[in-house]
Each structure stands twice: as structure tokens, then as C-alpha cells.
Write a protein that binds this ligand. Structure first.
Ligand code: PRP
Ligand code: URA
Length: 213
């Protein structure tokens, strides 16, 4: 598994505002989108391309075009939806599939409640979007889902991860082609499975209903 943690002052600046408990939902949504566009630049470094010949007004040259089939972007509902626009801005030809997952806040086990994906993902490059990688349960289940359908490689873009969750994903995906791109790797999980210092409940901060942490 490859892990890339963004090391850029703009990413850290935007994450700092995102983490602040006083940041309201409209600002939080705008920042999440901006952050994903910055992280997507790194996440798409390995996107498959073909060499093409074109004519500029001055003469012939060679360039690159994204290969077919187009990559597929999979936001994990609900919070991953807040990352979708930022990603497709950078890769407008990508297709989009949806996975709805929720973590049971007692057992911390994830379950799938909605799914809208092509049945056959063979040879597809998949990009999973989920702002929080906490215990890793949700991301592991999402990655397994995609490989079960034939995905060739999976890149996950997360805003913040806990070391415990990252290690769990690494163990669970051994031997698979998996890349994780992060805005930040935080200190730890707390006793409720929340990332510390983190930003709280990403879904609630994007869309409302604040939980008691
Ligand atoms: C959050 C988050 C991840 C998951 C991470 O979703 O968006 O999907 O928790 O936790 P894990 O790594 O321990 O599995 P949540 O289940 O709260 O649903 P939501 O997006 O609808 O708020
Ligand atoms: N889900 C969140 O939204 N935040 C966390 O810190 C952990 C899981």
C-alpha cells in the first residue's frame, strides 16, 4: 500500500480552518471541496493515459489523453459527497458511482445501505472519496466491494486519517494495488472511535445534526 500525506502549507491552512469548531457548514463545504482538488492532483498522478498525436497551429506534436474506460470516482455517502465536486472538477470525464455506508457508533462496524456502481469494474481505476479514515472499517469495506467487482487498483482520498485506521487498511489490503492520499495523519483515535484532534463528525459538519462527542 502506498501512502501519501500532503505536505503543503495551503492544505494545512485549509485543514486548520476546517478543524475549527467555529467554522460554519457553508465554509466547511467550500473548504472540503477546495482541499479535495488539491489532493486530487496527487491522487491522479498514476491515472492511465495514451499517447496521442495532435496538430497545434504551428505543427504536429505528441501529447497525452486519459485512457478509456474513464476512471470511476466513488464518494462514500454521506460525508464523501462533500468531496465529489472538488474531484470531478479535476477529472471531468470520470464516471461516478455511489456507496452509502454508515458506521454503527456503538460497535464501530460499517454497513452498506445504498449502492449504485457498474456491476463490472474490471480494468477500471477507482478513486474512493471519504473525508475521515478513523478505525478504517468503512474504507476497508468499500475497497473490498470494489475489488470484488473487478477493480484493478483503488486510490482513496481522505482529508484526515488516524494511524490505527491506516494500519488496519494496510493489513486488510495486503497484496492489492491500493494508494491512500491524505491531507493529514493525526495523533490517534479516542475511546468513541473519533480521530484526535480531527474535526469531529464530518457528515454532521457538512450537512447538520451535530453529535455529542
Ligand atoms: C464517517 C466517515 C467515514 C467513517 C469513518 O461516516 O465519513 O465514512 O465514519 O469511520 P471508520 O473509519 O471508523 O469506519 P459515518 O458512518 O459517520 O456516516 P456519514 O458520512 O453519513 O456521517
Ligand atoms: N467519522 C467522523 O466523521 N469523524 C471521526 O473522527 C471518525 C469517524
Amino acid at each position: 500500500m502506498r501512502v501519501h500525506v500532503a505536505d503543503h502549507p495551503l492544505v494545512t491552512h485549509k485543514l486548520t480552518v476546517l478543524r475549527d469548531r467555529g467554522t460554519p457548514s457553508p465554509t466547511f463545504r467550500a473548504l472540503a471541496e477546495e482541499l479535495v482538488t488539491l489532493l486530487a492532483y496527487e491522487a491522479t498522478r498514476g491515472v492511465r493515459t495514451d499517447t496521442v498525436r495532435i496538430e497545434t497551429p504551428v505543427g504536429p506534436t505528441e501529447g497525452l489523453a486519459l485512457s478509456s474506460p474513464a476512471p470511476i470516482v466513488v464518494p462514500i455517502l454521506r460525508a464523501g459527497l462533500g468531496m465529489l465536486e472538488g474531484m470531478v472538477k479535476l477529472v471531468p470525464t470520470a464516471e461516478v458511482g455511489f456507496l452509502g455506508m454508515v458506521r454503527n457508533e456503538e460497535t464501530l462496524e460499517p454497513s452498506v445501505y445504498a449502492e449504485r456502481l457498474p456491476a463490472d469494474l474490471s480494468a477500471r481505476q477507482c478513486f474512493v472519496l471519504d473525508p475521515m479514515l478513523a478505525t478504517g472499517g468503512s474504507l476497508i469495506a468499500a475497497i473490498e466491494y470494489l475489488f470484488d467487482r473487478g477493480a484493478r487498483d483503488v486510490t482513496a482520498v481522505c482529508l484526515i486519517a488516524a494511524p490505527e485506521g491506516l494500519a488496519a487498511v494496510e493489513r486488510a489490503t495486503e497484496g492489492r494495488d491500493v494508494t491512500i492520499v491524505l491531507g493529514a495523519l493525526d495523533e490517534r483515535l479516542n475511546e468513541k472511535g473519533y480521530i484526535v484532534p480531527g474535526l469531529g463528525d464530518a457528515g454532521d459538519r457538512l450537512y447538520g445534526t451535530v453529535a455529542n462527542l
